[in-house]
Design a protein around this ligand. Structure first.
Ligand code: ARG
Length: 448
């Protein structure tokens, strides 16, 4: 082969990355050949030999043996089969094309990875629930606009992430409904003139249904776009959690200590423990978004049916999945190993007039319109700022000069723990609500 031909051959080859589909390719082929036998398209004896050959390839792949390089994994499996059983191996490709074959392989791959992801997301939720249960007493400032808003339990705050990951699992399960449709039998684009039994293949390979338009079946990559979208949302959630871990571990906040194994030292500043793992998760999110943009752009305006452009779906798909898995694999032990500093959190919760809304609510309960109460408390806060005082420092008499409705009960509202425990609404931050929240979450996690 001259150099030019070799360059082109390398350029069109997907083998370096689509080898990852080898197991699914062989399993799909075994089901296909079984169907060809059942439908009397190839004789049973020949089918048996082909399946035996394919099984021996499967065993070797599972042992870690590599296929020889070909244009793509489909050719590599076929070549290997012919090497093992002779030209008869060429019958395997009857009534199919690489176009429906590759669509089958990717669908089998993704449904597998969806299950892996759902399991690991559950593990992450469990480690969050464990931190929430362990630190149920820790009080911290709750933020809006990154400003002190109202006091909340740390457990309540961290559990937000568990619900995000729970939704991620729901999204993946929904995506699976569209992934788990058998495209095989669509052949190149038009279907096949052989009398095949697609439902039989679907049953053997545990698909929930079969595609009903062969052109759509070979040109559809929506399920990859959808899967990478789901991965992108997971990455978004991981990046938000990472960002908070980074902020909380800074000297300014000092709310948590990251486990030593998840920080690194500086080459020049001996005192430093940098939150590199969390920073890298935050950055890798960008790569996953890049994969989403790439697959959308590859598919944009692509005419029907199969085009070779679609081969480029795979490196993107694999990168997005691997990146999110890598991040999850480090996030779980990082969350489990977090050390919370409740003293610093509750000190911070005393600053910033976090109980101001509580005082307004107090006046509202005494019959004052909320808007009027809001104005009074605003004046009260300004009064404190001028005198460099916190609300808790105000005497009952000082409070009474702002409204006659204030009485001695009001003081207990100025303690963050007390205002927290008033938030007993379902999903609120009181410790009883948060304990219920943890048990609801654990019940969901047990079901899976
Ligand atoms: N390697 C190809 C891909 O991943 C397989 C399908 C090739 N089909 C074709 N008509 N050239 O898309």
């Amino acid at each position: 082969m001259d150099n030019k031909a070799k360059t082109v051959q390398d350029f069109v080859s997907s083998f370096s990355y689509d080898q990852r589909l080898a197991v699914f390719d062989v399993i799909g082929s075994i089901a296909h050949v079984r169907m060809l036998v059942k439908s009397k398209i190839i004789p049973a004896g020949e089918g048996k030999k082909i399946i035996k050959g394919l099984n021996s390839i499967l065993i070797d792949i599972n042992k870690g043996k590599k296929l020889l390089k070909e244009e793509d994994v489909h050719y590599a499996v076929e070549k290997e089969l012919i090497k093992r059983i002779g030209v008869l191996g060429g019958k395997m490709h009857t009534a199919r094309s690489r176009n429906d074959q590759v669509a089958l392989d990717i669908r089998m791959y993704i449904r597998n990875e969806i299950r892996v992801l759902i399991d690991i997301l559950s593990d992450l939720e469990k480690s969050i629930a464990a931190q929430a249960a362990k630190n149920i007493k820790a009080v911290m400032p709750g933020y809006t606009h990154m400003q002190h808003a109202q006091p909340v339990l740390f457990s309540h705050h961290i559990l937000s992430y568990a619900w995000m990951f729970e939704r991620d699992k729901e999204r993946l399960k929904d995506c699976l409904k569209r992934v788990n449709i058998l495209p095989l039998g669509s052949a190149a684009l038009a279907g096949t003139s052989f009398n095949i039994d697609r439902n039989y293949v679907a049953r053997m390979l545990s698909f929930d249904g079969i595609s009903l338009n062969s052109i759509d079946a070979v040109s559809d990559r929506d399920f990859i776009i959808e899967f990478i979208s789901d991965l992108s949302i997971i990455a978004t959630h991981l990046s938000r959690l990472s960002e908070e871990l980074i902020i909380w571990s800074s000297s300014e906040f000092d709310f948590i200590k990251l486990p030593d194994a998840f920080t690194t030292g500086s080459s020049i500043m001996p005192q430093k423990r940098n939150p590199d793992v969390a920073e890298l998760i935050r950055a890798k999110t960008g790569k996953v978004y890049g994969d989403l943009m790439a697959i959308l752009t590859i598919m944009k305006a692509l005419p029907l049916a199969y085009n070779r452009d679609m081969q480029e779906d795979k490196p993107i798909l694999f990168n997005a999945f691997d990146t999110v898995m890598d991040c999850l694999n480090v996030m779980i032990p990082m969350v489990s190993g977090l050390e919370i500093k409740p003293g610093n959190m509750s000190e911070a919760a005393k600053k910033g007039f976090l109980c101001a809304t509580e005082l307004a609510d107090f006046l509202v309960r005494k019959g004052m319109p909320f808007r009027t109460a809001h104005g009074i408390i605003k004046n009260l806060v300004n009064y404190c700022i001028k005198r460099n005082k916190d609300l808790i420092d105000l005497s009952a008499n000082e409070l009474k000069t702002f409204s006659k409705l204030f009485n001695n009960d009001v003081h207990s509202l100025l303690k963050p723990e007390n205002t927290i425990n008033l938030k007993k609404s379902i999903g609120g931050t009181s410790s009883s609500s948060v304990k219920n929240q943890i048990s609801s979450l654990r019940k969901i996690l047990k079901k899976i």
